[in-house]
Design a protein around this ligand. Sequence first.
Ligand code: SF4
Length: 387
Amino acid sequence: MKVTFPHMGHLWLVLKTALEGIGLEVVVPPPCTRRTLELGVRHAPESACLPLKVNLGNFLEAKELGADTIVMAGGVGPCRIGYYAQVQREILRDIGCDYEMVVFEPPDVHFSEVWNKVKYLNRRPWQEGVRGVILAWQKACAVDSLEQEVQRLRPCEAKPGQADAIFQRALWELDGAGSRKEVKKIVKKVQGELAAIPRNPNGPVLRVGIVGEIYTVLEPLVNLNIERRLGALGVEVVRGLFLSRWINDNLFKSLLSLPGHHPEKTAPPFLNHFVGGHGWESVGDTVTFARYGCDGVIQLAPLTCMPEIVAHSVMPAVQEARGIPVMTIYLDEQTGEAGLQTRLEAFVDMLRWQKGRKEGFWKTRGKRWGNVPEARITERRSKEQAR
Ligand code: SF4
């Protein structure tokens, strides 16, 4: 059995470790490129969600490398995620691409089914398998912590691209790590290298939160490397969606005390219930980012993604109530780099202008109050932002 899986950002590293840990031979699909997308678009229905098309391209490319079994996550909810796997299975069969598919539905809904599939795939004694899965989890946490560091660094690097180069190398090193000790060692070394990168003295001026559908947020081919583009424009990106948090929220049912999503607390009164995908989280995260002083939010979604359309419809209310500008970007195979870049530059210009205006306002007010101490002005400003 040669197993493969769909790409989603750095998920390959985690899944590869977990599947090898349970004794399977793994074929990692080649990294997503325009060819992957074109292959998927050629065989998928035009109206299908973009992630379905890219994943289909991954499976076709992995087939060329000899894979014969697909391991992927299913889903439940009001959107199309529930029949993703079935549609892909039919398409692959129609075009004569022979694959066995093992689809993991969410464990809280189909626990016994998940258990049976794990038993079917496992080729090692249980202790060894569990050790492999734990190592995969540790790698997920390591990748996420390093990526956050890179997000902070990008806008203030003296020579752009250094942090990304170090991060890419770190991914390959982490891939080769065989124990928790090695993972820790690599993280420490890479943190040191990142800390030594020369900084631009001006530093970042803007902070922008990224929310949206998980695939478009995590997969750089689909979002056209939006985080790097923002970094080059002097923007620090923050986001709530990370692999380790997604695994903790969805597979471990928030057993570990990681900062996760709590849309039930943050999204109301704008959106009071689950709408599928990450629509509820998009609204909740926007409120959180406004509370923590972000200058703006960018919502990413595949074209026709129902949960994000619902979230998009309440964003104007969030903008008005929380005073945070939100720009929604729908992505599909037609999205061009030049168009995206122009929209980002315009949005960043607008945020910079708005921030300058606010700063000016606070400076004048400080002067008008005469000897009002700076701390008092800061306190008032944070209260205003919290509102
Ligand atoms: S969340 Fe959006 S992109 Fe994902 S399956 Fe549902 S509708 Fe499609």
